[in-house]
Design a protein around this ligand. Structure first.
Ligand code: MG
Length: 260
């Protein structure tokens, strides 16, 4: 074949290709940006709002605190007071924690300040959810539980706060006697082999359906006195706080978690 002929054949083929490409339908073009894998796992939603989806770990749904132990002695039962689908803090028994440990997760937990609550500020229905905790007391990362319905305290210590670190975006507390609902997304901190911090923990939290913490960066442990610090750890239990204030004990119910 002569050189000229090859040239014209090449030109013809190129023109034909371009012509075919131009004839692609809009549907064919749209398909190029469709993704079909990986397919998300199918889970079953709860039959009512606030219920656990089918892949959740049930940490308390009534009758038994079998998923919990005493933080003072993790070989001992939690020792808080179960009554039907509710359990109440038993302050002398101390803080309790999950038997299981977790890294990143979605948590649902409901809490109620008793109608007859007394006291003021931090001494009015104080408890807390340690999103990861260690030790026998208040060591860990606490999102506050407290009566903050028309009750004042320092704002980085009211209900919905990451204790002493992040003020909640709104005060959306229900009055004593009614149930409050937390839905929380926890991203655990990561550490380098030498113990230094690789990435801090992050929290997103809803209280009674309203956003109170929007992907905030946790600065370290949520201590009462002093500056937060990080110390290397792996997966941690969730702890519920027995606070030393003399006010009437609060209650919890419907606790479930989805590891992420
Ligand atoms: Mg507390």
């Amino acid at each position: 074949m002569k050189k000229n002929n090859i040239y014209f054949l090449g030109l013809f083929l190129t023109t034909a290709f371009v012509s075919v490409a131009q004839q692609e339908t809009r549907e064919q073009q749209a398909k190029k940006t469709e993704v079909w894998t990986p397919v998300p796992p199918v889970i079953t939603p709860a039959d009512k709002p606030g219920g656990a989806p089918s892949d959740a770990i049930i940490l308390f749904s009534g009758d038994s605190l079998s998923e919990w132990v005493s933080s003072k002695d993790t070989t001992k039962p939690a020792g808080w007071i179960v009554s039907g689908d509710v359990f109440m803090v038993n302050k002398p028994a101390g803080t309790i924690q999950t038997k299981r440990t977790f890294t990143d997760y979605q948590l649902h937990i409901e809490w109620r300040i008793p109608k007859n609550i007394t006291g003021s500020g931090q001494a009015r229905g104080n408890s807390g959810v340690f999103l990861g905790g260690w030790g026998t007391g208040d060591e860990g990362y606490e999102i506050q539980v407290l009566d903050s319905y028309k009750s004042e305290t320092y704002v980085n210590g009211q209900a919905g706060s990451i204790y002493k670190q992040h003020i909640p975006l709104v005060n959306v507390n229900r009055p004593p006697g009614e149930w409050n609902v937390y839905d929380i997304v926890w991203t655990a901190p990561r550490f380098n082999n030498d113990g230094s911090l690789k990435s801090p923990a992050r929290v997103t939290a809803f209280l009674n359906g309203a956003l109170v913490q929007n992907n905030v960066e946790v600065k370290g442990d949520t201590r009462w006195i002093g500056t937060p610090e990080y110390h290397k750890h792996g997966p941690l239990p969730i702890k519920l706080q027995s606070h030393g204030d003399p006010s009437e004990p609060i209650s919890f119910r419907n606790i479930w978690l989805r590891p992420l």
